[in-house]
Design a protein around this ligand. Structure first.
Ligand code: APR
Length: 251
């Protein structure tokens, strides 16, 4: 399927679902995880059970999240985030399922009712015992390596970034909404994901099996490319600019 035909199909969609991964934020300066120079080429993931079991893992978590906090102070949404907002403004967006924890979809203007953050967010810190929520600045501006890791000022429990770590249970309500949207989508568009992490990578398959047109926009090949109806391997910003060009020529 050529991009012009895909653009025409998108124009007629009334139940559009986007599914984004870290690739949509790299053009904002946020590294992805598995590309060269990505987060997992510099840090080891801290497993949730290790975080609970030992101080060393908790310090490792806070070191990564402190570095992330400093980066997130300056990053802004890009063409890709805003393009999805435009589909919402045209009333075409059924929902946006993101694996990302950088909060850039919310900052770009995607409404809460249309957004599922499957892997939580680094834009919040919570107590693992009493669930009290803290603003990141209140924690990270005061913590640095060498200090005791932050604990809850209400119950003394461990504080942790509100992202879903490997081994941590997925948010039930978010999973249910993602499942429903995947079943109801008429077009399901994967943007910037290697589709290697479960259960997130099951939603494009559910959408396809439920009758949606499946599209994948990603620089590198993914395991679901053969299942997709439309695949575009290239930069996301450039793709959405070309899509806009098609829309202006398609009546
Ligand atoms: N344009 C197009 N594609 C891009 C761009 C770009 N500018 N930048 C990166 N990509 C693509 C890469 O080719 C890669 O396949 O985005 C994909 C990002 O893949 P990952 O780094 O694996 O990120 P993601 O798929 O979001 O990872 C899923 O894994 O580590 C966990 O919880 C973490 O949510 C994350 C999950």
């Amino acid at each position: 399927m050529l991009i012009a035909e895909f653009a025409a199909r998108l124009r007629d969609s009334r139940a559009l679902v986007f599914f984004t991964g870290a690739g949509i934020s790299t053009e904002s300066g946020v590294p992805d995880f598995r590309s060269p120079g990505g987060v997992w080429t510099k840090y080891q993931p801290v497993l949730f059970q290790d975080f609970l079991a030992g101080e060393a893992a908790r310090v490792q978590h806070w070191q990564l999240k402190k570095a992330t906090y400093e980066l997130f102070k300056t990053v802004k949404p890009n063409v890709g985030h805003y393009a999805i907002c435009e589909f919402e403004q045209r009333g075409q967006l059924l929902g946006l399922i993101t694996q990302n924890i950088d909060g850039l979809h919310k900052i770009a203007g995607t409404s809460e009712a249309k957004l599922v953050e499957l892997h939580g967010t680094d834009r919040l810190v919570t107590c693992l015992t009493c669930a009290k929520a803290y603003q990141p600045a209140d924690i990270y501006e005061k913590w640095h390596e060498g200090l005791a890791i932050p604990t809850c000022d209400v119950c003394g429990g461990f504080l942790k970034s509100a992202n879903v770590s490997f081994g941590q249970s997925m948010p039930v309500e978010a999973m249910q909404r993602a499942q429903l949207w995947s079943e109801q989508a008429d077009i399901f568009v994967v943007v910037g994901s290697s589709l290697q992490v479960q259960p997130a990578a099951s939603f494009p398959v559910i959408a396809k099996r439920s009758g949606a047109l499946l599209a994948i926009v990603n620089r590198d090949p993914t395991p679901l490319d053969d299942l997709a109806d439309f695949v575009h391997n290239g930069a996301i910003g450039d793709f959405f600019s070309r899509l806009r060009g098609c829309r202006s020529t398609v009546k």
